[in-house]
Design a protein around this ligand. Sequence first.
Ligand SMILES: Cc1ncc(COP(=O)(O)O)c(C=O)c1O
Length: 383
Amino acid sequence: MPGSNTLEQRLRERLANLETAGLLRSLQPPAGIDLASNDYLGLSRHPFLQRSMAEAIAREGCGSTGSRLLRGDRESFTRLETRFAVFKAAGRSLYFSSGYLANLAVLTTFAEPGDIIYSDERNHASLIDGIRLSRAERIIFPHNDVGALARLLRQQTGPKFVVTESLFSMDGDFAPLAEYAELCRATCAALIVDEAHAVGIYGPRGSGLLEAAGVDAFISIDTGGKALGVSGAFVSGPAWAIDYLIQRARPFIFSTAPPPAVAAALEASLTVIEREPWRRVQLLTRASHLRRRLAEAGIPVPHGESQIVPVILGGNQRALQIAQSLQRQGFDARAIRPPSVAAGTARLRLSVNTDLAEATLDGFVAALAGTMKECAACSAACS
Ligand SMILES: Cc1ncc(COP(=O)(O)O)c(C=O)c1O
């Protein structure tokens, strides 16, 4: 192939550079005690979900065989969406095969050139990519800074969107949703909230942080692959907006619908969330236990209350080496490095799940404290 040598050379050089910078990523299946997954409620292995999915495969087959707009639609998707809209107290919900695609769909369908999108500086890559693809003007505002956002919003006229996560995936802190909702009302901006890490956990019924704050957004995005234990994502909002999405959202239209059995598993997941509220209570109790034990061990973590607990380590190599050492000790903790987080803020992103016993968390904190001490002793190599 002409040019393949130079292409190979270029890519090999880039891989070598990534390795030198401590940024090379690798595929590594789960092993050891889970401190890294988003299976916060332990639902991915819940017997009721497993049974519901297996029965649906027997009934409906494996694949959906086409786009929802062609032969890929199923009553099970509609039933699930209707139920999710009630759960979310929204006019209508639409199911997508992933949260990434749902975010691309929302931003590229509702925002267009000439509009302005205000985006929190720590928003997830899927929101950033959706904003870029929308070709609307992008204004980044400082993380969770209501005052700065208010000043920026008042400088502009025309169609405006404010985009934020409700629980930030790498920092584990909450967005000030009530203040944003008020500000958006006052400035006629449409609020778009990504509840990927909050759905299933927060609010009296577990539908997320919008419910907990008692406010509405124009659109929310709720993933099915994290606390809900399955996969995909729901976009929820007023019926007219979702009707429009079905007509125009390219990630929805030009893609094969998810396997129908996934809808059955998600319905089961919603049932478990309703019937077993102890799971979310226990999750947050365990998260605060971990935070307390880390503080007692002198390991600083940013202030927060959620099940996502970042231990910021700084250098990429240091984060990598500490994670690898913990893995050797039987704890599956992963290093998060740029571009997932800002340069110089590489970290362990500890995600608590409801099945982690307090004694296990104590053992983990002891292992982490020991590893950090060892790493400090050889800090030249770990910087
Ligand atoms: C905040 C946020 N939004 C969206 C997504 C994408 O969701 P999915 O994994 O279903 O594609 C993620 C995934 O990590 C996320 O953290």
